[in-house]
Design a protein around this ligand. Structure first.
Ligand SMILES: [Zn+2]
Length: 272
C-alpha cells in the first residue's frame, strides 16, 4: 500500500481526476490532499496560491477511497475551530498544510493543535526561514515547531519544507541556500527531535525532502532506516522522483513499506 502524504489538487494544472490518474500511473493507492489557506497572503513573496479546504473536501467526495482531505484552516479566520469541526464531519482527516506567517507556537495555533488531538487529526506544517535577500518565511523555524510539539504532546505533528529539512545537518545555520546540498554533518536538529518526541514525524515531499536525502546518500540510507517509523513518503510535485529515489536506495523491504505507506496508514487509519 502506497500513500502520498502530500499532494494538492488544482495545482500544477492537475485537477482531482488528473491527480487520481497520476496516482494510477505510479501505483499510489491513496493521497492526502493538502490545502493552503493563509490570511496574510499579501505579506508573502508572491508564490501564495489559495488552495481551499473546501476544495479538498470536494476532491474527496469525487474520489472517496483515493483522496483524503486535509483542511488547514487558518486560526485567524472567523469561527476557525467550528469550521474545522465541520470539515471533520464532512470527511477531513488532517490539519494541513499549515503554511502561514505565524510562529508555529503561536497561541491561536496551539489551540487548533489541541482541537486536532481531540479529533485525531495529524498536523502537517511547512517551515521556511528567511535567507539573505529574501523576506520569505513561514512558521518560524524548527525551534518553534519543537516548542509546539512539547506543548501539545497529544497532537501528532509532521514537519515539512525547506526550513525543516535544512536541519538534517548540523550546518543548517551556516548555509545560505534554500536547499543546502553539501554532505550532512553531525548535530542536525531533525535527528534529535525525531528521536526525542514520539509525536513528531517528517514528510519527505518536495525538493526540500528529496534534496535533504540526495545530498548525502550514505547518510540517507542510515537516516531512513533508523527513523523508518517516523518518515512519510510524499511528493507535493507531480512527478515520480521521490518514488524512484526511495526504491533505488536498496533499503530493506520492511523499511520501505513503512515509509511508503505503513506510517501514513497508522496516522490516518481506514476508519475514524
Ligand atoms: Zn504543499
Amino acid at each position: 500500500m502506497i500513500v502520498d502524504c502530500h499532494t494538492h489538487v488544482d495545482w500544477q494544472g492537475y485537477s482531482a481526476d488528473d491527480a487520481v490518474r497520476h496516482m494510477d500511473e505510479l501505483g499510489v493507492d491513496k493521497a492526502w490532499v493538502q490545502s493552503w489557506e493563509s490570511m496574510d497572503a499579501a505579506l508573502g513573496p508572491g508564490t501564495y496560491r489559495y488552495l481551499s479546504p473546501e476544495n479538498c473536501i470536494k476532491a474527496h467526495n469525487a474520489h472517496p477511497d483515493r483522496l483524503l482531505p486535509f483542511c488547514g484552516v487558518d486560526p485567524r479566520r472567523e469561527n476557525a475551530e467550528r469550521t474545522l469541526r465541520e470539515y471533520v464531519d464532512r470527511g477531513c482527516r488532517g490539519y494541513g498544510e499549515i503554511k502561514v506567517r505565524m510562529m508555529l507556537d503561536n497561541w491561536d495555533l496551539i489551540h487548533m493543535y489541541e482541537v486536532c488531538a481531540e479529533l485525531g487529526l495529524p498536523v502537517l506544517v511547512h517551515i521556511d526561514v528567511p535567507l539573505p535577500g529574501t523576506r520569505m518565511w513561514y512558521g518560524g523555524d524548527i525551534d518553534a515547531l519543537e516548542r509546539a510539539v512539547v506543548r501539545c504532546p497529544k497532537t501528532t505533528f509532521i514537519g515539512h519544507g525547506p526550513g525543516f529539512w535544512r536541519e538534517i545537518s548540523g550546518t543548517a545555520d551556516r548555509s545560505k541556500k534554500i536547499y543546502p546540498d553539501t554532505p550532512v554533518k553531525p548535530g542536525g536538529k531533525i535527528r534529535k527531535l525525531l528521536a526525542e518526541h514520539k509525536n513528531l514525524y517528517a514528510d519527505l515531499s518536495a525538493n526540500s525532502g528529496l534534496i535533504a536525502l540526495r545530498r548525502d546518500l550514505d547518510h540517507a540510507r542510515k537516516f531512513l532506516t533508523e527513523f523508518a517509523d517516523k518518515l512519510l513518503y510524499g511528493t507535493d510535485i507531480y512527478w515520480s522522483e521521490h518514488l524512484d529515489f526511495l526504491r533505488g536506495l536498496g533499503l530493506e523491504n520492511g523499511v520501505l513499506d513503512r515509509i511508503l505507506g505503513g506510517n501514513a496508514n497508522k496516522l490516518v487509519p481506514e476508519k475514524r
